[in-house]
Design a protein around this ligand. Structure first.
Ligand SMILES: *Cc1c(COP(=O)(O)O)cnc(C)c1O
Length: 412
């Protein structure tokens, strides 16, 4: 095996067509940021946007801002930018609310399209909020509804013509495994069911082709790979053919056909606007546009190429440098992986704490998973090299055994 050097990584950075994007982000000195799959880094211009939206738009223009600063149309204006990154058309995506709330809305809407069927296929090991939201919805709908939980390769076996909706997350939050959206959506439609895709770990991280895959509904968040900022709102995709037909249950005035007519009764808008419920968090939404605009400008295929090269490199470095220490890479190799590398180790928690203290920011997911997000817009090949060199040092010196790294924090 030929060993890779730090100089090799520097050369890869010089040849990287995406390298210039790093200049658009502010990152602290001495930090290797590998948690962009949980909270993306700060685009430098976000600060000026926050200042403008607070001091000028709110402070001076006041309520006129709904019109003069386009606050009222921000949801679709940003939605259209997101659409370009996930293979959707203008008018098919709206930015609003949180991922969990949006899942509730689209799952309800999807079920109304198949009223005679009562089953939802989901993955039990998915990020829990998706399952929790579905369970809450089914409790309201009544006892004849059920969730059929399946895992990985068994998902396709669970899809038959008794299923109403297949609701899956394209990239698994823990392992990084990528599902075949094209094949699963085709199978879903053959069974006469409706597809709902959660894009939390794929939107902005790899080319997503919703319309080419004939997807029905999708949701996703913007504070991960889109670098929208903490708590930035999520998005909803509804294929044109379902708009005005599949109705969501949170029927607030923003989803009304004529919100400023102030009518007594609800009449849904017949386009993507119907997915809205009420007044949006304009400050955070406006700031999020900075990061989303960067993603819309980047070439998603270049992002994918770099992400895969980096992930494969990282796995190789772990095997070369830390092979003796009992790490098990649980992410798939090659293009079956999304944009993160996860590995398990029984001392994963203190090892991650020691890494974070040394400036290598990954995260830990119970019971034993160390996660490293790969964000090609601002992560360099040398960063990967430095991260694994630090990991090796932590293991060589048993630094992770120190008491300070073994105290659990609330957020891991
Ligand atoms: C990050 C993530 C969420 C986040 O949901 P919130 O409503 O923003 O808390 C939901 N689902 C998946 C699969 C995620 O990865």
């Amino acid at each position: 095996m030929t060993y890779l050097s730090r100089e090799d990584c520097e050369r890869l950075d010089r040849e990287d067509p995406l390298a210039h994007f790093r200049n658009e982000f502010t990152l602290p000195d001495g930090v290797v940021y590998m948690t962009g799959n949980s909270l993306g880094a700060m685009p430098t211009k976000a600060l000026a946007r926050a200042q403008d939206v607070i001091s000028r738009q709110w402070g001076v223009d006041l309520i006129k801002s709904w019109n003069v600063n386009d606050w009222f149309t921000l949801t679709t204006h940003i939605g259209d930018q997101i659409a370009t990154t996930i293979g959707a058309d203008a008018g098919e995506v709206v930015m609003t609310d949180s991922t969990g709330i949006n899942l509730y809305k689209v799952l309800s809407a999807a079920l109304t399209l198949r009223p005679e069927r009562k089953k939802i296929v989901m993955e039990g090991s998915n990020f829990p909020t998706d399952n929790y939201m579905a369970q809450g919805l089914l409790k309201q709908l009544g006892s004849d509804y059920e969730i059929v939980f399946a895992e990985g390769d068994d998902i396709t076996k669970a899809i038959d013509n008794s299923v109403a909706v297949v609701c899956l997350t394209q990239v698994h939050y823990k392992t990084g495994r990528l599902l075949d959206m094209q094949a699963i959506t085709a199978l879903t439609h053959e069974a006469g069911a409706i597809s709902v895709w959660d894009l939390c770990h794929s939107a902005g991280a790899l080319p997503v082709e919703l319309n080419a895959c004939d997807a029905d509904f999708a949701i996703g968040c913007t504070y991960k790979y889109y670098n929208g900022g903490p708590g930035s709102p999520a998005f909803i995709f509804v294929a044109k053919r379902h708009q005005g037909k599949a109705l969501q249950p949170l029927t607030g005035w923003w989803g009304h056909k004529a919100p400023f007519a102030f009518e007594r009764d609800y009449t849904p808008a017949d386009d993507i606007i119907q997915m809205l419920s009420g007044t949006q968090p304009i400050l955070t939404m406006s700031v999020s546009e900075i990061g989303i605009e960067i993603s819309a400008r980047a070439d998603m295929q270049q992002i994918r190429n770099k992400s895969l090269a980096m992930g494969d490199l990282m796995i190789r470095l772990i095997e070369e440098q830390c092979g003796e220490y009992g790490f098990e890479v649980i992410s798939p190799k090659g293009d079956l992986r999304g944009s993160q590398v996860a590995m398990s180790h029984k001392e994963g928690y203190p090892i991650m704490q020691a890494l974070i203290t040394a400036g290598i920011m990954g995260d830990f997911r119970a019971p034993d998973t160390l996660r490293f997000g790969i964000t090609p817009l601002y992560l360099r090949y040398v960063d990967l090299w430095d991260a694994i060199a630090e990991l090796k040092n932590i293991m060589d010196t048993n630094r992770w055994q120190q008491a300070q790294y073994n105290q659990r924090h609330a957020v891991t």
